[in-house]
Write a protein that binds this ligand. Structure first.
Ligand SMILES: Cc1ncc(COP(=O)(O)O)c(C=O)c1O
Length: 291
């Protein structure tokens, strides 16, 4: 039985009973923003950063969030406390709310906030052990001058199309390139590789979401004394990488075993294993404290 719960309009409902209006522009046009947050030991992980990104995304699309950060934190903490398990995943959505059928957002007067708590398993635990198989999708990441990749919007259709390509190919995940053919990110995760001993990830300007786990990985790598930097990457760099892995709130860390059939030299490699230990340690430290 699904144990998911959902906060809406001041009340917590079983997930199966939560309803939104068919006139909500989040549903009609993908007009809204969202966050995914994991909680461990009853404590949301990096909540401040996620709420900041939610509010920045909302501001970038001209959506006024009537809830202050402290109120959002309170709601999230209520949802986490009401969930039946100490570990899980939160989905926070802020939509433009109900409006007329036309696209014009001016008819939407009350944004809708939805906070879901549920379990989330992005990948089979065996795949996390052995590594994921990736393909490079023919579907491209939306260009940054079309929709800024820092906006975590409710529009994920090209990511879904890329994921369908992966499903069709029997792979676990797809890599999206930008319209210049450079590596942007996975469908719901950022991508790292190790080349000549240096940890590399594409810059945001190449079309990657400004991932919170991505930033944490760069910080942890530097704390560990590992060389790490943002650099534009081509498929060639993926095909010839020493190591490759994915990062994200849902994904956590996933080592990559192959990309279009080419195998990184090691999987899971030493850099991944070291950062993975640091990541777990960071979660334990962070989730022992109040947000
Ligand atoms: C497209 C995309 N890229 C990257 C990420 C990883 O970002 P984060 O580490 O902030 O969860 C996500 C996760 O939501 C995502 O949807």
């Amino acid at each position: 039985m699904n144990k998911g719960i959902c906060w809406m309009e001041g009340k917590i409902h079983p997930l199966s009973e939560a309803r939104i209006s068919v006139r909500d522009h989040g549903l009609l046009y993908g007009d809204g923003v969202f966050e995914g947050v994991r909680f461990y030991q009853g404590m949301p992980f990096m909540l401040r950063e996620h709420l900041q990104r939610l509010q920045d995304s909302a501001r970038a699309i001209g959506l006024d969030c009537p809830w202050q950060p402290e109120e959002l934190t309170d709601i999230v903490m209520q949802v986490v406390a009401a969930f039946s398990e100490a570990q899980g995943y939160l989905r926070i959505l802020l939509t433009r709310g109900e409006g007329a059928l036309g696209i014009d957002p001016r008819s939407c007067t009350q944004p809708q906030l939805i906070v879901i708590a549920d379990r989330l398993q992005m990948i089979d635990p065996a795949v996390r052990e052995q590594g994921a198989d990736l393909i490079i999708a023919s579907t491209r990441r939306l260009p940054a001058d079309g929709l800024d990749p820092r906006i975590k919007s409710l529009n994920y259709l090209n990511h879904i199309l890329a994921r369908m390509e992966a499903n069709h190919a029997g792979a676990h995940e797809a890599v999206l390139l930008n319209t210049r053919g450079q590596v942007a990110e996975g469908t719901a995760d950022n991508l790292f590789l190790v080349r000549k001993g240096v940890l590399l990830t594409p810059p945001i300007t190449d079309g990657a979401l400004e991932g919170i786990t991505r930033q944490l990985m760069l910080d942890l790598a530097r704390e560990e004394g590992l060389a790490a930097r943002e650099q534009s990457l081509a498929p060639y760099d993926l095909y010839t990488a020493e190591e490759c892995f994915l990062t994200g709130t849902g994904a956590e860390l996933i080592p990559v075993r192959s990309i279009d059939g080419r195998k990184p030299r090691q999987c899971p490699g030493p850099v991944y294993q070291r950062l993975s230990r640091c990541f777990r340690h960071h979660i334990d430290q962070h989730c022992g404290k109040k947000p």
